[in-house]
Design a protein around this ligand. Structure first.
Ligand code: 9MR
Length: 872
């Protein structure tokens, strides 16, 4: 019979305290010597007790119990076997257990049992109270095989419970099967569980790699108090660089003693480099120029299999094909005509589509809102930033079905969610017309695993909120300006929804989503919507140029003196999104310079935090890592990236690059939080359909999926985190277990900043800007509906510039009408200029001037965010 501990090898196998062994030895008369008397007395007082009655089934099945659907049972040879009917929906539709187990706070216990199944499958093993809301001390998914295995789970009780229950939830299977249980014990006096994950080599590196012309740093975990030597080896084992570590010493964030290694000087390129120091050799990594384009593509392609309302095509997402979720096909009740919770309205809405929020089947407007905004910003940055490269986002760039439509794929993916957000708006004629419902989700929480198409729950629209409405206004406004060249009708629909939502929010400024939710979904509560008003006004201003929105911005308490806080922004605090867009997307806000300064000041704060962290971590120096901390790390990096786009100061670019190290493995756990990116990566993110940990026939999450990350807010912890992470140093408050939703979920809003930062990093090598080409873009005059611009290009270098091409994104509301002295062509947002000076090379010191007239709407003509100059 194989002995199998749950979760091995990541955890040390746990054994009851040695005291128990002493008791056994004493009983056998093996203990002699004088000092032993006291030990034996002590041991006798604490003799471990088995709380389970009749765990060997010697007396039949009493006091065990089983749900009524488990009628066929046998006890034979100390084993209890039960026939489990098929076609139950939930794990808890068939349960066996034992009640009245007394647990004492602070005491540690070991639950041990043997179990087998007639076919391999997982069951849910719980130590809990059978009282709503079922407080849980152990929640484990035991993966059973046809041969009996031993399972052992240790835990420490956090409260006194006189009525704890051991329950095996064995429902949820389509086919009938047999469950067999034997040798069940729950001993007191166990060794407390020790979290002992595989942290790999003590030399912690970015397991993907380092850009040739970027910062290259690593962190060594060591008790050494003096610098130690390091060596960088290439894939052939040749030493290509050496140096000495810098001693840092005790580090609160990891709870460990560390040194740092800086090998930024190295410019060699290739795969399979390793760093060796203090007798440890790091995981391999690359050094090169184009290390992040795959990550950028995967982080964005993550969204396709999160789509609701459509079958996922195996050919497009290999390994992830599945039936459409929440269309009106049984057992789904479908999202085609969803009523309001508790009959709060007398209409239904068709809210089919959109993305599932996370590992659950809920769809939440505020979280979908910030996610779709950040995806749209991947595109908006690509067309506006000096290092932006929209070609990387072209039609065909992602693994999605909408190829050949001429629309950049990232916008196609965003549209999938945008259309869902639009559908959540209360129809005209209803009491709260124009407001957006806060969310739609199941009536009750479902168990894991559960494919979207198999969810049988009724689903409801939850009450409209001001926050959701302003999310709709902000994202629909951004949608309007970005889709304008690709689908004017859809852009107009977005524009109109944005304005309607804005007006509705002004009318109902304080419909707050509560912090607690009915069962079946997350609350996404938010009772401060000042930031949402600011964001919506910002996006509407950028898109329409209307003064009323500028007035709203100026009147907001968030306008002057704003300072970025830890982690930049989040679904509940969206001011930072507004600030970045106001600063980087062309617009005529009178005090836009002030906003630029706020963004740059925010970036400085994060750089400062990175500098004082031996992990170059720009987050968590106050000891707090929030739920989804990895997204906070990345959101802060988008602020730093914006500062680079605005100033061109390479310190910010390097800050973004070095900031990715932590996410990709240079951290206390030696873990890359992105599935498939590194030697040791998260792969058991909490999800109902990427539930490979529970059912080997299901996949792990796709490559490019970000895990939530360390969470120090213990009040929100799940049972798995409670069991394993108590007392953790901040960076250790994470476990790659599917049950740990508070540290290891995946969500649409966490992958969005990964997509942004990975795209930024990928673009750092994308654009072969000609360094000796200087461009001055002047608006020489403007009238009500037009302007003229003159552009001067100078060769400041020593070599002639041939085949000069300029490119910029036309600010919203402007377009090229006619041009002279060059060919000026506008395609979508992008203007491309060629044949300057008749197409002759631009000689050193020489300048070319060309010009054009443009059409514009009522607002002032503004310059593009940047002009890219390339030479052949
Ligand atoms: O990301 C959310 C986090 O900020 C909240 O603190 C937490 C508790 O309300 O909820 C998180 O969101 C979860 C949502 O409620 C349900 N879907 C999964 C989300 C990620 O864990």
């Amino acid at each position: 019979m194989p002995l199998r501990f749950s979760n091995t090898p990541r955890f040390s196998n746990t054994h009851r305290r040695s005291r128990r062994a002493i008791v056994a030895a004493a009983a056998a008369g093996a203990l002699v010597l004088s000092a032993v008397g006291a030990t034996v007395a002590y041991a006798q007082e604490d003799e471990p007790t088995d709380l389970i009655v009749n765990g060997d089934f010697a007396d039949g099945t009493a006091p065990w119990w089983a749900t009524e659907n488990l009628t066929d049972q046998t006890v034979s040879g100390g084993e209890w076997c039960l026939d489990v009917p098929g076609e139950t929906e939930n794990a808890w539709d068939a349960i066996v257990g034992q009640n009245d187990l007394p647990l004492v706070a602070g005491e540690s216990y070991e639950l041990r049992f043997n179990a087998r199944a007639s076919a391999p499958l997982s069951v849910r093993t719980l130590i809990q109270r059978d009282v709503d809301p079922w407080p849980t001390a152990v929640e484990e998914f035991s993966v059973l095989d046809t041969e009996a295995q031993t399972f052992s789970y240790t835990f420490t009780a956090s409260e006194d419970w006189s009525d704890a229950q051991l329950a095996f939830q064995i429902g949820r299977n389509a086919e009938p099967w047999q469950f067999c249980l034997s040798e069940v014990s729950l001993f007191t006096d166990a060794e407390p569980p020790v979290y002992d994950p595989d942290t790999g080599p003590r030399v912690r590196v970015n397991q993907v790699g380092y850009l040739s012309d970027g910062p290259k740093r690593a962190t060594l975990v060591t008790e050494a108090t003096e610098p130690v030597a390091w060596e960088l080896g290439d894939s052939g084992g040749e030493v290509v660089a050496t140096g000495e570590t810098a001693v840092v010493g005790a580090d609160d964030s990891s709870g460990e003693s560390v040194h740092t290694i800086d090998f930024s000087e190295v410019t060699a390129a290739g795969e399979g480099f390793t760093l060796t120091a203090d007798g440890e050799t790091s995981y391999p990594f690359a050094i090169g120029g184009d290390l992040y384009s795959d990550l950028a593509v995967d982080a964005m392609s993550f969204y396709y299999p999160q789509r609701s309302g459509v079958a996922i095509d195996e050919a497009i997402a290999p390994g992830y094909g599945r039936d459409a979720g929440h269309v009106d096909v049984e057992p789904n009740l479908g999202d085609g005509a969803v009523p309001c919770f508790e009959d709060a309205c007398d209409y239904t809405l068709d809210v089919t589509g959109g993305w599932y929020d996370a590992g659950d089947h809920g769809k939440y407007v505020v979280n979908g809102g910030i996610s779709v905004a950040q995806l749209m910003s991947v595109y908006e940055r690509a067309i506006n930033a000096p290092t932006g490269d929209p070609d990387r986002l072209a039609d065909g760039s992602l693994r999605i079905p909408e190829h050949g439509d001429g629309v950049p794929d990232v916008l196609d993916e965003a549209r999938w969610e945008m259309e869902f957000l639009l559908s959540m708006q209360v129809p005209a004629g209803e009491e709260l017309a124009g407001m957006a419902h806060h969310k739609i989700h199941d009536e009750s929480w479902t168990g894991l695993p559960l494919m979207p198409a198999d969810d049988p729950q009724p689903r409801y629209l939850y009450p409209p909120s001001t926050a959701a409405t302003l999310n709709l206004a902000a994202t629909a406004a951004q949608c309007a300006r970005l889709f304008e060249p690709f689908d004017a009708e859809f852009a107009a629909q977005c524009a109109s929804a944005a304005e309607t939502a804005w007006a509705a929010a002004l009318e109902h400024p304080d419909l707050y989503a509560p912090d607690t939710s009915p069962d079946g979904g997350g609350p996404y509560g938010d009772s401060n919507v000042t930031d949402e008003f600011y964001w919506a006004a910002a996006e509407l201003f950028i898109t329409t140029g209307e003064q009323s929105y500028a007035d709203q911005l100026a009147a907001s308490e968030l306008h002057d003196g704003y300072e970025f806080g830890p982690g930049g922004f989040s679904w509940g605090d969206v001011t930072g999104v507004a600030k970045i867009n106001l600063a980087t997307v062309p617009n005529a806000l009178p005090d836009r310079d002030m906003i630029v300064e706020q963004v740059v000041a925010g970036a400085e704060v994060y750089l400062g935090e990175q500098e004082s962290s031996p992990w170059d971590l720009g987050y968590g120096s106050n000891g707090t890592f929030d739920w989804g901390s990895n997204s906070a790390v990345l959101n802060a990096l988008t602020v730093v990236g914006a500062a680079y786009d605005l100033t061109g100061d390479r310190r910010y670019r390097d800050g973004v690059l070095v900031g990715l190290d932590y996410i990709l493995g240079r951290n206390a756990l030696g873990n890359s939080y992105v599935t498939g990116y590194g030697s040791h990566t998260s792969e058991n993110q909490h999800s109902r359909w990427y539930a490979n940990q529970l059912d080997p026939s299901l996949p792990n999450p796709p490559a490019g999926t970000l895990a939530g990350g360390p969470n120090t807010v213990t009040s929100t912890w799940d049972p798995v985190a409670q069991r394993w992470l108590t007392g953790c140093a901040p960076q250790w408050c994470y476990i790659d277990d599917i049950g740990s939703w508070s540290t290891n979920e995946l969500t649409v809003n966490w992958n969005a900043p990964l997509a942004q930062v990975a795209s930024f990093a990928a673009e750092q090598v994308a654009v072969a800007q000609s360094p000796s080409c200087e461009v001055e873009y002047r608006i020489n005059g403007s009238w009500t509906d037009g302007f003229n611009a003159q552009v001067v290009v100078v060769n400041t270098g020593d070599e002639p510039l041939e085949d000069l091409t300029l490119r910029w994104a036309m600010p919203t509301g402007q377009s090229v009408a006619s041009s002279w002295s060059a060919e000026v062509v506008q395609d979508g947002h992008l203007v491309t200029v060629s044949k300057l000076g008749g197409g002759y090379p631009l000689q050193p010191g020489q300048q070319y001037t060309f010009g054009f007239t443009g059409d514009k709407d009522a607002r002032a003509a503004v310059k593009p965010a940047s002009v890219t100059c390339t030479a052949g």
